[in-house]
Design a protein around this ligand. Structure first.
Ligand code: HEC
Length: 282
């Protein structure tokens, strides 16, 4: 019932009327093939809804949402075998495209939020990204992070909103152009893992990754046109370089943050030696 009411509010919303971000149909894919297309209204029939209170990192406060369990939804749409997949890629209306390891969905409880707990609009104030108010619908991925310090330390990286597509994928099949040279150092390999976790949702490397932010490697790498000390400072605090930067600083709570930034830069340097035309990956 509640879902229907929300969708009707959505229809009268001006952003919706202009045909912008919000569409209520979600596509589910397995390695590029469409498995199922569901309208938000159909979710109530296949997953049970509940309230979930979380620490909302985008707003730095507690918030309660109406949610469906991600695991039971995946069971229903993909069958139990989704657990054997490697990653789940979420494509969002604003170009954000995080790729989240399946292991994380098995270790922690994830939920798809579809409305606020009260009658307030399903939106948030994205203070992290100087983005102003953003629509969260049709679906917003949240985690039961009150039970877990590790989840809270990660900030908002794995919390995509405006989800329009959910895809089971193998990272190396989906993003081959991101891999550093096979003989790369341990530091570079670590940096690659951090890049996958903290950066690829917004940025592309050699044309692959999220469409919310600029390409970082092709034809010129950021390590070639940004002085090393400023690259470091950019990752640490973009607003200290550019007024109103919409990139968020690497989450302040990340353990060994200095080292993580150095490893990220080592990866960016290594990948600058492997440039491909975005469309012609060898
Ligand atoms: C939420 C999206 C988002 C994430 C996540 C993100 N960025 Fe950005 N980044 C942006 C946007 C948007 C810009 C464009 C400049 C701005 O912020 O106004 C940008 C700009 C940059 C630039 C400057 C490029 C130029 O030519 O000016 C660098 C370097 C960069 N990002 C590196 C990173 C790294 C490294 C990470 C991971 C630690 C990262 N970004 C994570 C959104 C993001």
């Amino acid at each position: 019932m509640i879902v229907v009411v929300y969708v009707m509010i959505g229809l009268t919303n001006s952003a919706f009327a202009q045909g912008s971000a919000i569409n209520t149909r979600i596509e589910f894919k397995n390695k590029g093939e469409i498995v199922r297309i569901l309208d938000l209204e159909e979710f109530t029939a296949i997953a049970s809804e509940r309230f979930l209170k979380i620490y909302e990192p985008h707003e730095k406060r507690m918030r309660t949402y109406q949610v469906y369990s991600a695991r039971s939804l995946f069971d229903h749409v993909f069958g139990k075998n989704w657990r054997e997949a490697e990653e789940i890629v979420f494509l969002c209306a604003d170009g954000y495209q995080p790729s989240i390891p399946v292991a994380k969905f098995l270790a922690y409880d994830a939920y798809f939020a579809f409305a606020s707990a009260d009658d307030s609009p399903f939106m948030l104030e994205n203070v992290l990204q100087n983005n102003g108010t953003v629509e969260l619908g049709p679906l917003y991925l949240v985690w039961d992070n009150l039970k877990s310090t590790e989840l809270r330390e990660e900030g908002a990286v794995d919390m995509p909103y405006q989800i329009k597509e959910v895809e089971l994928a193998s990272f190396s099949d989906r993003f081959p152009a991101l891999f550093p040279p096979a003989n790369a150092s341990q530091q570079v390999q670590q940096g690659f893992l951090h890049f996958r976790k903290y950066c690829i949702a917004c940025h592309t490397i050699n044309g692959q990754g999220g469409g919310k932010a600029p390409e970082l490697n092709y034809p010129l790498s950021v390590t070639e046109y940004i002085k090393p000390e400023y690259l470091k400072r950019w990752i640490d605090d973009p607003s200290s370089i550019r007024y109103n930067a919409t990139m968020l600083p690497l989450a302040a709570e990340i353990p060994a943050r200095e080292k993580v930034i150095e490893e990220l830069i080592a990866y960016l340097k290594a990948i600058s030696t492997v440039k491909h035309l975005p469309t012609t990956i060898p």
